[in-house]
Design a protein around this ligand. Sequence first.
Ligand SMILES: [Zn+2]
Length: 141
Amino acid sequence: VSGCTFCAIVASRLPASLVHEDPVVLAFLDVHPRNPGHTLVVPVERHVSLSDLPEATAAQLFVVAHRIARALRGSSVRCEAVSLGLADGAAAGQEVSHVHLHVRPRFAGDARRAPRVPSRAELDELALDIRTRLQATASAD
Ligand SMILES: [Zn+2]
């Protein structure tokens, strides 16, 4: 058993405010969000590096990030723009040894704001909003 936080979330051993789940990837809100709605998309199977990730899993990671980016723009969070980020390797700033793709809502001037740590209740409420939006946009395709 590894000490990986994301594996513990996948296994439901740690709480997470889920935005999306399927057999290949899981998406949940970052507990230290850069902005409200900051979501992490992670493969269910543990892969440390992008180079280890099967291509189909990498594709699904991006498909889900794409859907979340669209859902964020229609949700209650302030979202004028979206940043996607994937740090692959310690020298790139990877802090958790489990591939993860950041989907961050952005707005003008946000970089000057100090990040605030939200409560689990706030995260759960926000995750529900984004999840609902995600399902609405998915069924419109
Ligand atoms: Zn892991």
